[in-house]
Design a protein around this ligand. Structure first.
Ligand code: PMP
Length: 401
């Protein structure tokens, strides 16, 4: 079965890489972009750039309308109750740092923040540093052997001392859905706030923030087939009201005099200065593109590719999968082979995969691994990409063993 992607030709970047002999299998790091997004980006500049939320002139009004329309599309994609619950940031990392700063006054010494053992640095270090600043305890939920947060143990760790739960929906190393809804329910029962790192999860059909029940959800445009430099932060209305303002400047004030100022509520109160206007508008085009696809067909295609990836890896001697991935990616090591050497030989053969600690150093350390290779898929990948990967892998392993 060829496993062709009917969407491959919508992505000029993939076609350019094809022409260069590059097989792109690193979409969990960043995704290629559909033509519709490129058209939107160029169209914004070609039709006359203007700042948003400031000017009353026609170009300014047009830019503001398109910018706010994107906020509405994001709200729809995430199933937020209102577009007022969507703040634009620079990325997942900035969204999570905003939260760790903005929620800081809510914590008192001795309070606990609960995270899991699989967190990306972006959803670990802001909380770790907050804990160090404020004398809080950072509690780490352990994983089971599949790479899933152990719910029974989590239930004993989430306690009346828990002030906040911060957890990834889908690990960028383990490719496994986490029991986020259940964890959030445990946190809520203790009166704690919940933050979901949706950087990977936002892509694969489970991006309904109301169904998750979280207070905050953070993700990045660039993994969502949109431009880089834009992040999303969803906050439930009542949760947003607890955030202190963090960056100060243009368009975030209601009123200012020399000595004092009053600030706007979310979202504009958290978007000081000129935002990434073209990129936010172009993200809207990416979401329109995604929303126009047959969602079941996309999920089916990605599942078929993922199954082929797992089957190919498990058919080869000495390959050790990390955990039991369910979607979009697989990370692995090879007995007696350093992953950096393997990555080097794959790179030489035009295979673009990721090697290293994947910004989850504590997780890899806890597994006793210095690094791992990660293969990750986008909706444009096809069976031929995997065939080229496996041919290159076999050749590399022959040389290394
Ligand atoms: N969390 C997870 C699970 C991720 O995979 C990533 C990106 N690798 C991030 C957070 C950070 O995203 P960004 O670099 O776009 O801020």
């Amino acid at each position: 079965m060829p496993l062709n992607s009917p969407w491959r030709t919508d992505f000029p970047g993939i076609q350019a890489l094809d022409a260069e002999g590059q097989t792109y299998l690193d979409s969990a790091a960043t995704a290629q972009k559909p033509q519709a997004m490129l058209d939107s980006l160029l169209g914004y500049y070609a039709s006359g750039a203007a700042n948003v939320h400031r000017a009353q002139h026609l170009p300014g009004e047009r830019a503001t309308r398109a910018f706010e329309a994107s906020r509405g599309k994001v709200a729809q994609w995430l199933n937020a109750a209102s577009s007022e619950e969507i703040i634009f940031t620079r990325g997942t990392t900035e969204s999570l740092n905003l939260l760790a700063y903005g929620l800081e006054p809510l914590f008192a010494a001795g309070d606990e923040i609960v995270v899991s053992a699989l967190e990306h640095h972006a959803n670990l270090l802001p909380w770790q540093q907050l804990a160090l600043r404020r004398g809080l305890k950072l509690v780490i939920m352990p994983l089971d052997s599949c790479g899933q947060i152990d719910l029974a143990q989590a239930a004993t760790l989430i306690s009346p001392r828990t002030r906040l739960l911060a957890v990834s929906q889908l690990s960028n190393v383990l490719g496994r859905w986490q029991p986020v809804r259940e964890l959030i329910a445990l946190a809520q029962a203790q009166g704690a706030l919940s933050v979901v790192d949706g950087a990977q999860g936002v892509l694969h059909g489970r991006h309904d923030v109301q169904a998750l029940g979280c207070d905050f959800y953070a993700c990045s445009s660039h993994k969502l087939y949109g431009p880089d430099g834009v992040g999303l932060l969803y906050g439930r209305g009542t949760a947003l009201a607890q955030l202190r303002h963090w960056q100060f400047g243009g368009e975030m004030v209601l009123e200012a005099d020399y000595q004092h100022a009053r600030f706007r509520p979310a979202p504009l109160g958290f978007e000081a200065g000129t935002p990434a206007i073209s990129s936010v508008i172009a993200l809207g085009a990416s979401l329109d593109y995604l929303a126009g696809l047959d969602q079941a067909a996309v999920i089916g295609h990605e599942a078929a590719l993922h199954a082929r990836l797992l089957a190919g890896l498990s058919a080869r001697d000495g390959i050790q999968l990390i955990g039991e991935p369910q979607v979009a990616l697989a990370s692995f090591t090879v007995a007696e082979v350093h992953s950096a050497d393997l990555a080097h030989l794959l790179t030489e053969q035009g295979i673009a995969v990721r090697a290293g600690h994947h910004c989850a150093m504590p997780l890899l350390k806890s597994l006793g691994l210095p690094g791992a290779i990660r293969v990750s898929l986008g909706l444009y990948n096809d069976g031929a990409d995997l065939t080229r990967f496996f041919v290159a892998l076999d050749k590399a392993l022959e040389l290394l063993r």
